[in-house]
Write a protein that binds this ligand. Structure first.
Ligand SMILES: [Ca+2]
Ligand SMILES: [Ca+2]
Ligand SMILES: [Ca+2]
Length: 192
């Protein structure tokens, strides 16, 4: 029997744009500077189902802005993990005011994924342009198969890197729209 153990990283993204025809950039004083995601270590405990949740905020972006993050995944449990699954999901998280409410799917599709690397492997090459908009985006990641990746032996660490940008062609209707993106890492072990 395979045991599934995981944890979640949430990235909250609000497209903080104001003004008709312009995209002003608001820097939230409480957020990390320059849209940098916080780097952190996530403990994946093969012998403890209580994972760690890390929430990262990128509260405002303008067209062409990119957000990058590095997460170190560590098996801090006492059992080796034979493989790792990564699953992306998102939910709508709009700001106010929001004159035109764009869907969560459309909003996620404005975020082009530039980098997606785990343990030195380029995962982006395995992702297809599922929504056929001409580039690989966060919506596409939710339809991608990112399972059976290399596992983590006990006390081992591997790096996960992601970078995405707000597509330059994003129109004003997306002002006030946002999504909360959740990345779930599941370290699988073979149990009795
Ligand atoms: Ca919306
Ligand atoms: Ca796409
Ligand atoms: Ca809007």
């Amino acid at each position: 029997m395979k045991k599934l153990l995981g944890l979640t990283v949430a990235l909250m993204l609000c497209l903080g744009m104001t003004g008709i025809g312009s995209f002003a950039y608001f820097l939230d004083p409480e957020s990390a500077p320059d849209s940098q995601l916080e780097a952190g270590t996530l403990d994946l405990k093969t012998d403890d189902v209580d994972g760690v949740t890390q929430t990262i905020y990128a509260t405002s972006m303008k067209r062409g802005d990119s957000v990058s993050g590095n997460i170190t995944l560590k098996n801090s449990g006492s059992t080796d993990g034979v493989n790792l699954d990564i699953v992306f999901s998102f939910i709508e998280n709009d700001d106010t005011p929001n004159a035109v409410d764009m869907s969560a799917n459309a909003t996620a599709a404005t975020l082009e994924v530039i980098t997606l690397v785990y343990d030195g492997s380029n995962l982006l090459s395995t992702v297809s342009d599922n929504n056929t908009n001409g580039y690989k985006d966060i919506q596409d990641l939710t339809n991608a198969d990112l399972t059976d990746l290399s596992g983590l032996n006990t006390l081992a660490s591997k790096d996960f890197d992601i970078e995405f940008k707000l597509k330059e062609t994003t129109d004003n209707n997306f002002q006030g729209d946002g999504v909360t993106i959740t990345i779930t890492f599941t370290l699988n072990q073979w149990g009795s």
